[in-house]
Design a protein around this ligand. Sequence first.
Ligand SMILES: Nc1ncnc2c1ncn2[C@@H]1O[C@H](COP(=O)(O)OP(=O)(O)OP(=O)(O)O)[C@@H](O)[C@H]1O
Length: 246
Amino acid sequence: MEEREGNSAAKQAGLRLCCYCSQRKPALKRPKTREQICRECFYDVFEEEIHKVIMDNHLFRPGERIAIGASGGKDSTVLAYVLSELNRRHKYGLDLFLLSIDEGITGYRDDSLETVKRNEIQYGLPLKVVSYKDLYGWTMDEIVKVIGLKNNCTFCGVFRRQALDRGATLLKVDKLATGHNADDMAETVLLNILRGDIARLSRCTYIVTGEDGPIPRCKPFKYTYEKEIVIYPFILEFYYILYVSV
Ligand SMILES: Nc1ncnc2c1ncn2[C@@H]1O[C@H](COP(=O)(O)OP(=O)(O)OP(=O)(O)O)[C@@H](O)[C@H]1O
């Protein structure tokens, strides 16, 4: 009762309150819903929405071994943290692993691999690094020297896809989870429209793909906005724990 009076007093005084808890001051406007929300509620809502996506889509089964494609970028770094938290909190019963592909791009992947190595220790998740050099005998730097800068993204993309499958097979996992988010989904849809690729357009937004291939892949962040993935570590005030060495 006192609390409600406090809330209406706050409203009368023109102070906005978080639209989830109606108690605390909002810390941000949620990019996904434009709602005013406090830190604590953002943290809860962000994680529980991902939990709901996992449950509604039956992404994992108890006892499964799951590799998280860990590039050291923001999406997969946050994914590794959130999945390990949800696995513990909701007792999914998963064995989680970090799987990184080292394309051999000096000044780029070598830096982000350092982030993944830190995550291995911080989250206590075993890490497997698979390199293009070991798999194909070439680093991306060496490939670029031969083919030039044009079209090298196509090579890299095809090699990475296969390298992720090979790494996942080595880890004997049941599924690979990647950090693809809602913005990536939108980009892929637009790209396939522009290319007129109707076949891909119909399947590019599936949350689970490759069920007929060696390792199925899933996207727990399919409905998560990129902006919220960027905000999340700041709101938790663990940005430095996630990305910066101590
Ligand atoms: N080198 C890699 N090793 C392992 N997984 C990778 C690698 N590159 C990409 N992935 C996986 O594919 C997802 C999408 O990759 P993309 O290259 O589109 O990067 P992104 O959208 O910037 O994601 P991130 O912020 O995680 O790097 C990543 O979130 C990650 O799960």
